[in-house]
Design a protein around this ligand. Sequence first.
Ligand code: ATP
Length: 470
Amino acid sequence: MHKLVSLAKRRGFVFPSSEIYGGLSACFDYGPLGSEMKKNIKDLWWRAMTRRHRNIVGLDASIMMNPTVWEASGHVSSFNDPMIDDRTTKRRYRADHLIENHIEKLRREGKEEQALAVQGAYEAAGTAPDPNKALYSLIIDEGIKAPDTGSGDWTDVRQFNLMFQCDMGAVADTSGTVYLRPETAQGIFVNFHNVREASRMKVPFGIAQIGKAFRNEIVKGNFIFRMVEFEQMEMQYFVKPGTQVEAFEAWREERFNWYTSSLGISPEKLHWYKHDKLAHYADLAYDIKFEFPFGIEEIEGIHSRTDFDLSQHQQFSGKNMEYVDQVTNERYTPYVVETSAGCDRLFLALLSDAYHEDVIDGEERVLLKLAPKVAPVKAAVLPLMKKGEMAEVAEKLRAELSEQFLVQYDDAASIGKRYRRQDEIGTPFCFTVDHQTIEDGTITVRYRDTAAQERINITEAAAFLASAMA
Ligand code: ATP
């Protein structure tokens, strides 16, 4: 992981936020290459989720919303995580994570019976009259220690709300309290009728959105995996009650395939996780998890959210959120199947999946095997000579390709060094302009992954890149 973090910083993918002031915990900035790659990810998602579907349209809702939205959604009362502090080290942990890790450890050690007993007590804690006390007792009874320090001088368990609050207006009283949205979904639910009417959509239809979300996470970390400010790519699909399982299964398949076929992620690094313990709004939930260097963790949640959200907004706003089928005259509150992916987590998954080290021509190199669609720079134009006709031809080629693609021009250092610089940032192709180019108008295409080379006509370069991106 440290190699990835250092490459990300050195080559301009991800920097710590406000670094010259010592940074800010769990906040990061995307550099020149990172912002390009992130944009590619978002464009690919947008294309896959909106343009390819006749019945899905986009939305860009505001981050701050009427605070009643978050009362209706249940976030004010229950978007909490149970936290526990270690008095000796002053470190803070999630009580639920401590117990879940403990259960996993018991399983790894082959203590299945004990694991089942703890699992049972953990599930019972959720419905106990005082869940915090039940979690605390479980941690003490099991002698659970902090995973990083081995210490375990625990305080009580307390609930911690993950929403960031701010004051709107000049007077800081509770009437001006607004929240930074902890998920983009609610912007979609409250706009259900606006979007449906404006786009003449009929159920089933979907609304897609990409945007920032904010969570005051108790335990932050693992680079950009868990941040307090992050970007979600969500789609809420409205269906007739009773058809949600069918829609859920179709989306499950489509979303998994997107990661493997469109983004080129190794399928063996992706895993399904079925939620047995469901959130209050869901009747079915799966996560797509990825094998990160630090463990197998969620990158996308696919949830069947029932009619919970629309019904809640109907109750809190007093506005009718039902749908009337124009053909059958049936009236119902649609059910929702959502696909909720984290852009930053996917970015990290793609980087770690792509990171390779190998030896080419007796020299060690680092390369990012990113799919051409995802790679920030699509091609590098490399003239063998810095000046003269080769440089002129190369610059003309760069200018032409730049109309459609992000390309880099590099004439500094040996050609081998220049190839390696591009390998390290995942540039799939290098176009070399050499003596033969001047004679016959061909250039060398050098492939990143194999280092193989072939010659093509310079006039074919743009079409070559376009077909690699298809
Ligand atoms: P986790 O259990 O890891 O906290 P979650 O189940 O709370 O995640 P969801 O509420 O389902 O996450 O959010 C959907 C997606 O948003 C996640 O799959 C993840 O990719 C992304 N996401 C959620 N929280 C964060 C965060 N703090 N930093 C970066 N991405 C996040």
